[in-house]
Design a protein around this ligand. Structure first.
Ligand code: ATP
Ligand code: MG
Length: 414
């Protein structure tokens, strides 16, 4: 069974509002085995909307529209659909009474314009809206079911739950399940060339798995989608697929349960009962901020300092001025001295030092913008590495924080 989603609202075509309803609708449809094959955003325009719906009629099993069911003149969904299907709009007295009562409960008389919300295209099933005035509508035409939902996200979600329960049965060929493998420390082309020959075979398995690769700077995600009868079938298939990926990519795979790297690192620290202190320069505290996004991080985060200037690195972390003079503030030696200094001050097991050139200025031929030195010291072990990141300032910062946490993760694993 497949579906198209149409999000209706002129505001969704502007720069200020984004269509989030279609994400929630997709999630719920996938859970009962319905694939979303196309999404459209269309303004509050009767002709445009009719054209988009006409295009999908007889093509997909289900069209889900959201928005444009309100009482005002710019809400045109029910009129557009009735006209397209060639059916009249009838006044539904029960619906009208319900809307009048909603107003009466607030001590108000129903404005005349709200009467429009009681108009129902002939043949449609009316779906009650427990928290708003706009009822939902379910119609069928040329073998395609058309579901009209209100736009306000809370009303839409609540109504969708009821419709899935009462009107849309799970498809017999199974539901859709998802597992996300998160990878860091490799490029997208590297990951794809290593893994593609393997995941190319997954769609032919008994429980078929489709794979999408999503890359951002510093992180790659493999999204695995399986169609299966029940969760345990899907989980078994995912376990096999995950093992194959881990065999190919080794420790680059840091999470398979959706956890961000700061949660993975936090778990490793907490398991050992270790504590951490960080000295951040170019990341300005971003690494610490991400580590402390994790509830319970107070068990292992002891302290952190942002030592941006050379003077601060010397005064607060005890980095020898001679080291900075000889090697430069952005160097592995200085990163290591920062990690040592902050660890000594805080009395922790782990110390991290991050120093780099976030740009856009400050680069030189041998240390271009994006050069970042990171040191992680844990017990007697240490990892010190220089990276060359690309991208604008904020991206260099986020890649640096990611790389620091990955170095820490690798050190804790081994
Ligand atoms: P009704 O709820 O009466 O059917 P409507 O959805 O067109 O009509 P609006 O007043 O246009 O009602 O929208 C109500 C709120 O819901 C607005 O804040 C709007 O931005 C939001 N909204 C509408 N559609 C979406 C969507 N697809 N994703 C996220 N928010 C949406
Ligand atoms: Mg609208």
């Amino acid at each position: 069974m497949n579906a198209r989603i149409i999000a209706i609202g002129s505001e969704l075509l502007g720069p200020l509002r984004i269509d989030t309803n279609s994400l929630a609708i997709t999630e719920r449809l996938n859970a009962i085995g319905v694939s979303v094959v196309q999404k459209t955003v269309v303004g509050d325009d009767r002709k445009e909307l009719a054209a988009v719906i006409a295009d999908a009629l007889g093509v997909v099993d289900l069209i889900v529209c959201t928005g444009g069911l309100g009482p005002t003149a710019d809400d045109v969904t029910r009129e557009a659909v009735a006209e397209l299907l060639g059916v009249p709009l009838d006044l539904d007295p029960t619906l009208l009474e319900g809307i009048q009562k909603r107003f009466a409960r607030r001590g108000l008389e129903m404005p005349e314009i709200n009467k429009r919300q009681a108009m129902v295209p002939r043949g449609a099933v009316v779906l009650p809206n427990p928290i708003g005035t706009a009822a939902g509508l379910l119609l069928e035409h040329q073998g395609t079911r058309i579901l009209l939902l209100p736009g306000p996200p809370a009303e839409m979600t609540q109504m969708l739950e009821g419709i899935i329960r009462d009107h849309l049965t799970p498809t017999p060929d199974g539901r859709l399940f998802r597992r996300i493998l998160k990878i860091t420390g490799r490029t997208e082309s590297d990951v794809d060339s290593l893994v593609q020959p393997t995941y190319a075979r997954w769609p032919e398995r008994r429980v078929p798995i489709d794979t999408t690769i999503l890359a951002s700077l510093g992180q790659i995600e493999l999204h695995l989608t399986a169609r299966a009868r029940d969760a345990s079938d899907a989980e078994d298939a995912f376990d096999v697929a995950e093992r194959e990926v881990r065999d190919l990519l080794g420790e680059s795979v840091y999470s398979a349960d959706g956890s961000p790297i700061e949660a993975v690192v936090g778990r490793l620290l907490a398991d050992r009962g270790w504590t951490i202190a960080l000295a951040e320069s170019c990341t300005g505290g971003l690494t610490t901020s991400r580590l402390t996004d994790i509830p319970g991080s107070s068990r292992y985060v002891e302290m952190a300092c942002v030592c941006y200037s050379n003077a601060a690195k010397v005064a607060w972390l005890g980095v020898p001025q001679a080291l900075i003079d000889e090697h430069g503030a952005v160097s592995e030696r200085v990163a290591r001295a920062m990690a040592l200094g902050v660890r000594r001050r805080a009395g922790t097991t782990v110390g991290v030092g991050i120093t780099g050139i976030a740009g856009p200025g400050g680069g030189s031929p041998d240390k271009p913008v994006g050069t970042v030195a990171i040191a992680v010291l844990a017990g007697d072990a240490e990892r010190v590495q220089t990276f060359r990141f690309i991208g604008p300032r904020d991206s260099v910062k986020s890649q640096s924080a990611q790389a620091a946490m990955n170095l820490l993760r690798l050190l804790l694993l081994n």
